[in-house]
Design a binder for this molecule. Structure first.
Ligand code: OXD
Ligand code: MN
Length: 590
């Protein structure tokens, strides 16, 4: 009886701290209405119908793409804006050289001015959400207030949103506050502010992806990384995948690659025919929360409930699971459409664009038909390879952690860190060529430690120390690897086929973890010898495998110098252990 009566309470009466905050925001932003999100399917359908009516969403061809809609963002609002993203801690040192910093009081004052009256003539939506399975002690909750119904639709897919999340907040008390308004979508009045000491986020002026779906990068990475440090766990930019070998053993691997470097493809990998007996299960494609377990292993949950994936390049060869998954009940953003109103993007094997991502008649002179950072938003349940353990409250145990970047040269296909301490250096040294996921020049190599450069909510020096501390608590730590699927030859051709064939590299790692595979020691770590990798059925160019597995001492001496220079930026906050590990590598390079 008590439960039934409780569930009948209006959402606005479930949690006093949430209601008080909503009231404060209402005073400030002056919306014409307030809507609390229940998180039901009926609610999502109703909201979709409203947006179709207003023209903000368009239905796609219902015969080939049932339940799919298209949203076109403002052309000046198509990616994360790292240069407008700030960490606002009392001390600038705590944000570190890896973040843009603003004094919290100054940032609040700036944002108050932007938010004042910004929702007049708009509806204010309250989205309570839970990052992670609702019954998991590892999950954490938040509330996003937004004036964008498109953001609401995305959050309903990407998180466990609505009444059950608010009930958990009412029980636990704490929650992350995320205030968002699209404002006028003016790039000159756009800021994404984080206040880790207050567990709050304020985002104004963008309606796109990570800038606006506050549960994702803002909460589950920047704020959560801060929370994780104080609570003894790790919030990471990692996919989580389960690999079942022909022996019937399943191992879970978590991999950190920079944005748009294939995390979604790896998470949904289809084993090649020449590797029979393997099965792959997706737990997550973008974010992992990793906790030391009582058994001395590292356990992971995926805080998200859906995928916000890059569309271009998705096809039956690169990612058949994703290709099938997005054929129904999917929200597309900034793709092109064909004459018969099917979504279209670069990399599709057939069809041709009639309208580009801005809705203009397609003209190749205007660039790609679909925006290079166009996205699909879809429930994880639609993924044919969705893991039966994705909802486990305690998470899944991790056997290996993998770092990687997009690099034409230097980094070999794969190497294994000597131990956890060296692995932290390997992660801290990740470098990658930039992609279209963020505004800025594409293809420039930059340091992206643990693929967290845009996402770590505090000083990287402290973050690496925290990694070392977590490792010290693990009696059975995962092994740590580095991969590079993107090595090229002198003519610029990729040396490794990638996609499903990457399983060969993962299989070697798992065999290493089981003590069954060989390797040869090098200055940078352990590499498979050509005979240690299963290349059966792969038609690699002559010499390609040797090139992929070579450590060029001259290039690496230069690399070590660059890593040292980069690490020096962190001054006194840099753990001495990383320099010691770098010293060992340098010494062995001779
Ligand atoms: C993402 C990103 O959207 O990393 O996942 O940019
Ligand atoms: Mn990402």
């Amino acid at each position: 009886m008590a439960t039934a009566a409780h569930t009948l309470l209006p959402l606005s009466q479930l949690s006093r701290p949430v209601t008080q905050w909503v009231n404060q925001v209402r005073e400030l932003t002056q919306p014409r209405a307030v809507r609390w999100c229940e998180g039901t399917e009926a609610e999502a359908r109703e909201l979709t119908a409203e947006l179709l009516k207003s023209g903000e969403l368009k239905n796609l061809n219902p015969e080939f793409f049932p339940g799919c809609q298209l949203y076109r963002s403002a052309p000046s609002d198509v990616a994360r804006v790292e240069h407008l993203t700030y960490i606002c801690t009392r001390s600038q040192e705590d944000a570190g050289p890896n973040n843009h910093w603003m004094d919290p009081q100054a940032a609040h004052a700036k944002m108050r001015d932007l938010f004042r009256g910004c929702m007049r003539e708009r509806t204010l939506y309250v989205i309570p959400y839970c990052m992670g399975p609702l019954d998991s002690p590892l999950a954490r909750c938040g509330v996003e207030i937004t004036d964008s119904p498109y953001v609401v639709l995305n959050m309903l897919i990407m998180t466990r949103a609505g009444r059950p999340a608010l009930e958990r907040i009412a029980r636990e008390g704490g929650f992350v506050r995320g205030l968002h308004s699209t404002g006028e979508l003016d790039p000159e009045r756009r800021f994404i502010m984080h206040f880790p000491e207050e567990l709050s986020i304020e985002s104004f002026g963008s309606g796109y992806g990570g800038n606006a779906l506050l549960g994702k990068k803002c909460h589950a990475l920047r704020i959560a990384s801060w929370q994780a440090r104080s609570e003894g766990w790790l919030a990471e930019h990692m996919l989580i995948v389960g690999l079942e070998s022909p022996r019937g053993e399943t191992h879970y691997v978590a991999c950190a690659f920079p944005s748009a470097c294939g995390k979604t493809n790896l998470a949904m990998l289809i084993p090649p025919e020449s590797l029979p007996g393997w099965r792959v299960y997706t737990v997550g494609d973008d974010i992992a929360w990793l906790h030391p377990g009582e058994d001395g292993r590292l356990w992971a949950i995926n805080p998200e409930a859906g995928y916000f994936g890059v569309v271009p390049g998705t096809n039956p060869q690169t990612n058949r699971n994703a290709y099938e998954m997005i054929r129904r009940d999917t929200l597309f953003t900034n793709v092109a459409v064909t004459a018969d109103n099917q979504p279209w993007w670069e990399g599709l094997p057939s069809g041709k664009p009639a309208l580009d991502w801005q809705g203009r008649p397609y003209d190749p002179a205007n660039g790609p038909a679909a925006h290079p950072n166009s996205r699909f938003t879809v429930s994880a349940r639609r993924n044919p390879s969705w893991s039966p353990h994705a909802e486990d409250a305690r998470g899944v145990p991790i056997s290996a952690l993998v770092f990687g970047g997009r690099r034409r040269e230097v980094a070999p296909l794969v190497y294994e860190a000597r131990d956890w301490r060296h692995g932290v250096l390997v992660g801290a040294s990740v470098a990658s060529e930039t992609t279209a996921a963020a505004v800025g020049q594409v293809g420039v190599t930059r340091r992206d430690p643990m693929a967290m450069q845009p996402f770590c909510g505090y000083n990287f020096g402290d973050y690496w120390q925290h990694w070392l501390n977590v490792g010290a608590r693990l009696a059975r730590p995962p092994r740590i690897y580095h991969v590079n699927w993107f090595r090229r030859d002198a003519q610029g051709k990729f040396l490794w086929p990638g996609y499903g064939e990457n399983l060969r590299v993962l299989a070697w790692m798992l065999e290493r973890c089981a003590g069954r595979a060989g390797a040869s020691a090098s200055a940078i770590g352990n590499l498979p010898r050509p005979k240690d990798l299963n290349t059966h059925g792969l038609n690699l160019a002559p010499g390609a495998l040797e090139a992929l597995l070579t450590v060029d001492p001259a290039l690496w001496r230069r690399e070590v110098g660059e890593i040292r220079e980069y690490l020096a930026k962190f001054g006194a906050r840099l753990p001495a252990a990383l320099l010691e590990e770098l010293g060992k590598t340098e010494q062995q390079l001779g």
